[in-house]
Design a protein around this ligand. Structure first.
Ligand code: GLU
Length: 304
């Protein structure tokens, strides 16, 4: 039987030279203050056993990993068919790109690029009276951690510099693909991106993705079919425009964020989370991607 504590220690050792390499996201000024030399990793098996290494219990800004949470809530409320408002194809473009939106008439390629996530947030605003409370409560419930919170300084920092996201929402509104007031959509979006959580919170929160839709308390979050589709979207759209390279090297569905976190899933087996703040040129954690690659190689587990 493979000793997963030893595997995680070995992964950490093998990727040490990559920690701090790359660049911390600085287009959100508050994120530029984070020490690039952190590294944490955690995993939770379907059986409930957990293993961790390094800074796995240090909270960080989960940023786009929150799009996995809002997509889950959207599917719960509205259903699986994203319909004519958001596609399910990889974009092949940077996560905050405007160019594709113009020639595709304001319909984002998928729910994980910024434009798609903004449409999902808009859809949720139409359902919930107080979406920010709803998202926070869902994050706390699914992670089992009542202290999870928004980092309001990160949300405020992003609001001050979020001209591109404002452009995306305005542009989609001109096509009728945003129904609520622009400021409400941006506000809720900046809040969910600012969720501060650690690797252990994340493997618990997304344990349902490795367990056919059932969370670690035994409650159904999504159906098997919905879970399969969320995992498929992570595989094809979860790691920005590096998704092909990520599948090639790592071989598991994953969702990354510019805070340097990545959540990965081996369906039916385990949920993983890794955090190291310095990013590669496509916006994925450089050491984090490497760690997941080494992990799947050492354990021989991936979806391929
Ligand atoms: N809040 C970030 C933005 O909108 C999220 C980007 C990301 O993590 O991919 O730019």
């Amino acid at each position: 039987m493979i000793n997963l504590n030893e595997v995680l220690a070995q992964v950490h050792k093998e990727i040490k030279e990559y920690i701090g390499k790359g660049k911390v996201a600085d287009y959100i000024p508050e994120l530029a203050k984070v020490d690039p030399n952190h590294f944490g990793m955690a995993l939770r098996l379907r059986s409930g056993e957990e293993f961790s290494n390094g800074d796995a219990d240090l909270p960080f800004s989960i940023q786009s990993i929150s799009k996995l949470l809002t997509l889950t809530m959207y599917i719960q409320q509205v259903g699986l068919e994203l319909g004519d408002r958001v596609g399910v194809e990889p974009s092949g473009n940077p996560f905050n790109s405007l160019i594709q939106l113009e020639y595709e008439h304001g319909i984002p390629r998928n729910p994980f690029i910024n434009a798609g996530a903004l449409v999902i947030t808009d859809g949720l605003i139409s359902v919930f009276k107080n979406l920010e409370d709803e998202i926070l409560n869902t994050a706390r419930r699914l992670s089992g951690n009542p202290t999870v919170n928004y980092d309001l300084s990160v949300a405020a920092s992003e609001r001050m510099t979020g001209f591109r996201n404002a452009a995306l929402v305005n542009f989609m509104k001109s096509y009728g693909n945003i129904v609520n007031p622009i400021d409400d959509v941006l506000d809720a979006y900046y809040h969910h991106c600012s969720l501060s959580m650690n690797c252990l919170d994340l493997v618990r929160m997304f344990s349902f993705l490795a367990n056919e839709g059932i969370d670690f308390n035994g409650n159904r979050v999504l159906s098997f079919r919905e879970t399969k589709r969320v995992n498929a979207l992570m595989m094809t759209c979860g790691t920005y425009d590096a998704v092909g390279d990520f599948a090639f090297r790592v071989g598991i569905p994953a969702k990354s964020g510019v805070g340097g976190g990545i959540v990965g899933v081996i369906p039916g087996v385990m949920t993983l989370a890794v955090w190291s703040p310095a990013l590669n040129s496509q916006g994925n954690s450089l050491a984090g991607t490497k760690a997941l690659e080494v992990f799947t190689t050492l354990t021989g587990r991936s979806v391929f």
